[in-house]
Design a protein around this ligand. Structure first.
Ligand code: GTP
Ligand code: MN
Length: 226
């Protein structure tokens, strides 16, 4: 697996540049990764080079937990998909459809996202270009209040795709183990199968949004790389 190398790259990058990669970095990065790895880019600034692919949009939804919750400081939402893999809610954006509208439509179907929590372009995080399947996957990140997050979790049981496309939303286990301070729960979680590069998306956002220290994410991913 490439994830440890990927995290090294992220950690290093964080010290030398801002969050979004420029295209030159992407080309270098792409050439050093396995064929199935996707290229991270700021699609909104580089649309001209990437026409002719299908578009999808997925969402990283999270909240900070009240300090009374000693186990997890944040809750991050992922889902078990119909195909048995773990991924983020979202889906294909229809031709001609605005990316955020497509994302909000998919999120309503899959998790019952209400209009009050709709995504807009300020929530754009970046995109991954999957050359081998001609897919441009756009990624959005939104922090909700704990109250809204919990309400959303409950609403998922009543939404259209429940039991069809969405087999259940989950919270990513981010708790520190008392026996092993290196986020043991996350390290087990990384052993699952993820759709596309969803695991990398998770890793990158955990680091970039300071949800967990990069070094802890790195430690948790070690088993996955062996
Ligand atoms: P269908 O049209 O029924 O497949 O569902 P959908 O519109 O909800 O699409 P889906 O969520 O499956 O996303 C479209 C494509 O994006 C999938 O075929 C995967 O290749 C990819 N994909 C799905 N979820 C994720 C994710 O969490 N991360 C990444 N990187 N890619 C994903
Ligand atoms: Mn979907």
């Amino acid at each position: 697996m490439q994830s440890l190398r990927y995290i090294h790259f992220l950690v290093k990058r964080r010290t030398i540049s801002s969050f979004h990669l420029n295209i030159a970095n992407n080309i270098h990065y792409h050439s050093t990764m396995a064929a199935e790895e996707a290229v991270f880019l700021d699609y909104k600034k580089n649309t001209c080079q990437y026409k002719g692919y299908r578009h999808a949009a997925h969402a990283f939804i999270y909240c900070k937990m009240a300090t009374s919750n000693e186990k997890m400081k944040h809750a991050v939402m992922m889902q078990l998909r119909f195909d048995g893999t773990l991924g983020f809610p979202g889906g294909f954006v229809d031709g001609g459809e605005n990316l955020e509208n497509g994302l909000n439509r998919e999120l309503y179907e899959e998790i019952g996202l209400s209009q009050a929590n709709h995504f807009n372009e300020n929530d754009y995080f970046g995109s991954w270009y999957h050359e081998h399947i001609s897919l441009m996957d756009h990624f959005y990140v939104k922090k909700l209040t704990e109250n809204d997050f919990v309400k959303l979790e409950k609403r998922t049981l009543e939404c259209h795709d429940w039991g069809g496309e969405t087999m259940g939303i989950i919270r990513v286990p981010l708790q520190e183990s008392s026996k092993n301070p290196k986020f043991y729960g996350l390290s087990q979680f990384f052993q699952h199968n993820f759709i596309g590069n969803a695991m990398h998306q998770l890793i990158q956002v955990l680091i970039e949004k300071n949800i967990l220290p990069a070094v802890d994410v790195q430690d948790a991913s070690v088993n996955r790389d062996q």
